[in-house]
Design a protein around this ligand. Structure first.
Ligand SMILES: *Cc1c(COP(=O)(O)O)cnc(C)c1O
Length: 250
């Protein structure tokens, strides 16, 4: 994949997102595109940034730590960095050094450790509560029935700014199954922002949709899609990697 191919892919993704937004009666500016950069090297990430990308998402603490300083050196202050993978407690401090937001908050112990780390650093951390709307075992996230109560607890923690909810779409060839999960998320998001719990009124972000299902997600209210393959091409590899919740045996 050359730099110009990455740039062309970026433009195609932005056009696809705009089209899906318009079809849903929403302005294209209401949907942000996060580039999922797992396994990509510095040159490819810089190519995506130069094409117009401004939010990058990383799955593994080790890759984040290795790449983020180089990205910052090459394009200072350009990219907002999100952590989107499964997060172990012993990796929290490494992630806090480089991430502006963490999208995979799915348990109290993790939220509390992120909160303490953010307070220690005298900074705010954006957080999304991950919901396992599909119920698939390979995926992290709280059960839909627990999402609003858990998100309300997270929003009350010092140092954390609740931005909204995140999910990974069902791994199903049936578009109705995929859409049902996104519809659940849309309902939970509305419940959360209307809950009246402190810190939830502005938590309107809905991070859902990837290369294969971003159009369906946008039709159901996604405000941020997370896109890897459609920008960088297929990743290859046949084994799951730490933090990757999207891997499925074929
Ligand atoms: C890899 C990844 C994506 C992007 O997946 P593609 O199918 O390559 O677009 C989105 N979200 C998460 C959490 C990921 O790990």
């Amino acid at each position: 994949m050359t730099d110009s191919e990455i740039a062309a892919n970026w433009r195609a993704v932005v056009a696809r997102v705009a089209e899906a937004a318009r079809a849903a009666g929403r302005p294209p500016s209401s949907v942000a595109v996060l580039a999922a950069i797992k396994t990509q090297d510095l040159a490819r990430v810089v190519a995506a940034l130069d094409a117009g990308c401004r939010i990058v998402g990383q799955n593994r603490a080790q890759e984040l730590t290795a790449l983020a300083p180089d990205v910052e050196r090459e394009r200072p202050g350009l990219a907002e960095t999100h952590f989107i993978g499964g997060l172990q407690l012993n990796k929290v401090n490494a992630v806090l050094r480089y991430a502006d937001s963490v999208q995979s908050v799915d348990r109290d112990a993790l939220a509390e450790k992120l909160s303490r780390g953010a307070v220690d650093r005298g900074r705010d951390l954006g957080v999304f509560v991950q919901v396992n709307a599909s119920g698939e075992e390979s995926k992290g996230g709280v059960a839909p029935g627990d999402a609003v109560a858990f998100a309300s607890r997270v929003a009350a923690l010092p140092g954390l700014v609740l931005r909204g909810l995140m999910t990974i779409g069902a791994h199903s060839p049936d578009p109705n199954v995929v859409a049902a999960g996104f519809r659940t998320m849309q309902r939970l998001s509305a419940e959360l922002t209307a809950s009246g719990a402190p810190g939830t009124a502005g938590a309107h972000e809905l991070s859902m949709g990837m290369s294969a299902d971003m159009d369906v997600a946008i039709a159901h209210g996604a405000t941020m899609v997370r896109v890897g393959t459609a920008i960088f091409g297929p990743r290859g590899g046949t084994h799951p990697r730490e933090g990757d919740q999207t891997w499925h045996a074929r």
